[in-house]
Design a binder for this molecule. Structure first.
Ligand code: PLP
Length: 422
């Protein structure tokens, strides 16, 4: 398209994009009649698929009533309702909800909350620990706590220093099979007394290559962090809202995080929004009505009522009696697909967590975002009207929960055909 748009993550700023006219359920449609299966829920956001009529109706109704209001000094019912429901829905005892605009800003807020918590309580802790291969977004703070690589190369001297520890990744068969230096490193770093927070993508590191690690390991890291009074941040921007089979990846943990970041599935792909949710004790030092204790962060569209209406509607859909049985069908199908991949292609390190299945082509090359396999995989599938957008040499699927089982099985078969022919 020659319209002057500069597309994201697109070498040469773009020019060959497919013009999508509409979306319904698990499919995207072009005016020329192409029907493309969205196997990655459009960057993992469309949990209920496209064009869900109930969500559209709720947004429409809200738009006729109140589309936006400044969120300092004012509030509105959709935000009040959403905060209450999210606090009930999240595991653990979360106490406060802070609104922002997307996943990156939810992470920025979490980092600021944690650092300022120690600043205003007079404790000298200003270091952040994160996981190797992490991705937390593209704004500066979120980028700093992510792995250094092509995304951040041009800015590497401007980012604050972060210490990275290694989770024990699946080798394709056993979640715990790699030697674990991460725990030892965490203990060393936490015991130095200057670490404010550890931030993780719990159980699945998405953009870092769908790398998966066990909840038992994270439980140990979080309890070590608690022992050393380090705040724990779970970035559930990708893993939230049933991606791992349970409502949140943190639902698998015994030691719950102090701060949780949400976005993507939160509004089911209709309107961007981010939330940073924290336990009451994190918010407490900010309660003094003193400018020095104020969290100076906010966005023009903070808690946009239409986005809140979308999120509330999406939560309603999760509560339908039909949702859990459908989710179970998807979980079973993904598990069987993983078993098959493990039998046929063990060398591609197949892995599964909940609704997410991934494999790594050319695993000896590591996960490489710029890997030559990327173009090959993408073209193969898009020519067959399947939207499968690999992360370099990592081929993965993250289907919307509304996908028909037959469509999911056809997708599985296409992936197996691709692997057999390459
Ligand atoms: C775990 C995680 N955190 C944060 C982000 C950033 O979210 P956004 O793209 O909405 O800024 C992403 C995006 O992929 C993500 O996967």
């Amino acid at each position: 398209m020659e319209s002057g748009i500069w597309h994201p993550y697109t070498p040469g700023i773009g020019g060959n994009e497919i013009l999508i006219d509409s979306g319904q359920g698990a499919f995207l449609y072009t005016k020329e009649g192409r029907k493309i299966l969205d196997a990655i829920s459009s960057w993992w956001v469309n949990v209920h698929g496209h064009g869900h009529p109930y969500i559209a109706e709720c947004i429409g109704n809200q738009a006729k009533k109140l589309e936006q209001v400044i969120f300092a000094g004012f509030t509105h019912q959709p935000a009040e309702n959403l905060a209450k429901r999210i606090l009930e829905f999240l595991p653990g005892k979360m106490g406060r909800v802070f609104f922002s605009d997307n996943g990156s800003t939810a992470v920025e807020v979490a980092i600021k909350m944690a650092l300022q918590y120690f600043h205003i309580t007079g404790q000298k802790r200003n270091k952040v620990v994160a996981l190797q291969n992490a991705y937390h977004g593209d704004t500066f703070g979120a980028m700093a706590v992510g792995a250094r690589g092509p995304f951040s190369e041009a800015f590497k001297e401007l980012m604050f220093e972060v210490k990275f520890i290694n989770p024990p990744y699946w080798d394709g068969f056993h979640p715990d099979s790699r030697p674990d230096q991460g725990l030892k490193m965490a203990e060393i770093l936490f015991s130095q007394g200057d670490v404010a927070a550890i931030i993780v993508e719990p159980l699945i590191q998405g953009a870092g290559g769908m790398q998966m690690y066990p909840s038992t390991w994270l439980d140990e890291v979080f309890s070590l962090a608690k022992k050393h009074k380090v705040l724990t941040i779970a970035d559930e921007v990708f893993t939230g809202f049933y991606r791992t089979g349970l409502p949140f990846a943190s639902s698998h943990l015994t030691t719950k995080p102090d701060i949780v970041c949400l976005s993507k599935g939160l509004t089911a792909g209709f309107i961007p929004m981010g939330l940073t949710v924290c336990q009451e004790f994190v918010a407490e030092p900010f309660y003094q009505k003193d400018y020095a204790h104020t969290l100076y962060h906010g966005h023009s569209f903070t808690a946009n009522p239409l986005a809140c209406a979308a999120a509330l509607a999406s939560l309603d859909l999760f509560e339908l009696d039909s949702f859990k049985p459908k989710l179970e069908i998807i979980l079973d199908a993904q598990k069987s697909f993983y078993e098959k991949l493990k039998r046929l292609f063990p060398h591609f390190l197949p892995r599964v967590t909940g609704t997410v299945v991934a494999i790594t082509l050319n695993p000896n090359d590591g996960v490489d975002y710029t890997h030559k396999s990327r173009g090959l995989i993408y073209s193969y599938f898009i020519e067959r009207d399947l939207l499968v957008r690999p992360i370099g040499n990592v081929l993965y699927i993250v289907p919307p929960y509304c996908i028909e089982i037959q469509d999911l099985q056809n997708l599985h078969n296409s992936i197996i055909e691709f692997l057999e022919s390459n």
